[in-house]
Design a protein around this ligand. Structure first.
Ligand code: G1P
Length: 289
């Protein structure tokens, strides 16, 4: 069955990025001149997804406004004759069919995903955690859909993580079945390095069978007291095979300042209009000590 729908969980407080996120959604922080959430939606659209379900929360209206029409702004740009920006602003509001559902209490990632149950219905879907941005030639989700098309079961994105960092990730116990593709034998949320079954950490891209929604009923709060998606996947694993895919591309954790800075610099350097001047500026900075 074709992957038509994407769920994007965008309900978190963004505490790792305070105070910038005190009164604005972390997903609206700009990388160069585009909010993070737009990169994520563009990845979904470039992967062939038609319908986006965004899980939001209190204080996240700026995202809805960003993807809505703004007739006043369009009028200003028209009167200025700024056709290029007008076209971009109109493109954003037509980018996809987006609907929004609220997570009223922040009880964890698993709980946030479960909010999308009625809107997803009984079909496999893509899940994006927008803190993770992936720069790649082929959009990461399109790569994952390629794996899903062959195996027709849930697929989780993974990448090797430093062993001292396992407690920041879900970690899988992998059985390699082809280049970059693994069967997930087990998975555990935020294990200490001693308890981690491998160094393959889960990254925020998933393709999930709709059966995942029934699993949340059997999941108690786990790591950090939250209802974890990883724990629900562990229950699903008793009924279905789950695959993991080591995507091609570079992943940035834009949910914390260092990852955000790295992404900002790399994305700016790649921009034809800004890259050369920015590179020249960086080269003349004395950062050797
Ligand atoms: C979530 C998932 C975790 C995954 C991570 C990827 O954790 O629970 O399994 O490895 O995203 O970014 P969080 O970063 O929300 O703590």
């Amino acid at each position: 069955m074709k992957i038509r729908k994407a769920v994007i969980t965008a309900a978190g407080w963004g505490t790792r990025f305070l105070p910038a996120t005190k009164s604005q959604p972390k997903e609206m922080l700009p990388l160069v001149d585009k909010p993070i959430i737009q990169y994520v939606i563009e990845e979904a659209v470039d992967s062939g997804i038609e319908h986006i379900i965004m899980v939001t929360a209190l204080g996240k209206h700026a995202m809805e406004n960003h993807f809505d029409r703004s007739f006043e702004l369009e009028d200003v740009l028209k009167r200025k004759g700024d056709d290029k920006r007008l076209e971009e602003v109109q493109r954003i509001s037509d980018i996809a069919r987006i609907c929004y559902v609220r997570q009223k209490e922040q009880l964890g990632l698993g709980h946030a995903v479960s909010m999308a149950k009625d809107l997803v219905g009984n079909e496999p879907f893509a899940l994006f955690l927008p803190d993770d941005l992936i720069a790649s030639e082929v959009p990461a989700m399109r790569q994952m859909i390629g794996v899903y098309d062959r195996y027709e079961s849930s697929v989780i994105a993974v990448e090797p993580v430093p062993s001292e960092k396992t407690s920041a990730y879900g970690i899988i116990n992998p059985k390699q079945i082809e280049e970059r593709v693994f069967q997930v034998m087990d998975l555990i949320e935020k294990p200490s390095p001693e308890k981690a079954p491998s160094n393959l950490g889960i990254v925020g891209r998933y393709i999930l069978m709709p059966d995942i929604f029934d699993m949340f009923d059997n999941v108690a709060p786990g790591a950090i007291g939250e209802i974890q998606l990883t724990d629900a996947l562990r229950v699903l694993l008793k009924h279905q095979v789950i695959y993991a895919y080591q995507f091609e591309g570079i992943r940035y954790d834009t949910g914390e300042p260092l990852g955000f800075l790295k992404a900002s610099i790399e994305y700016a350097l790649k921009r034809p209009d800004l890259g050369p001047a920015f590179k020249q500026y960086l080269q003349q900075l004395d950062i050797t000590d």
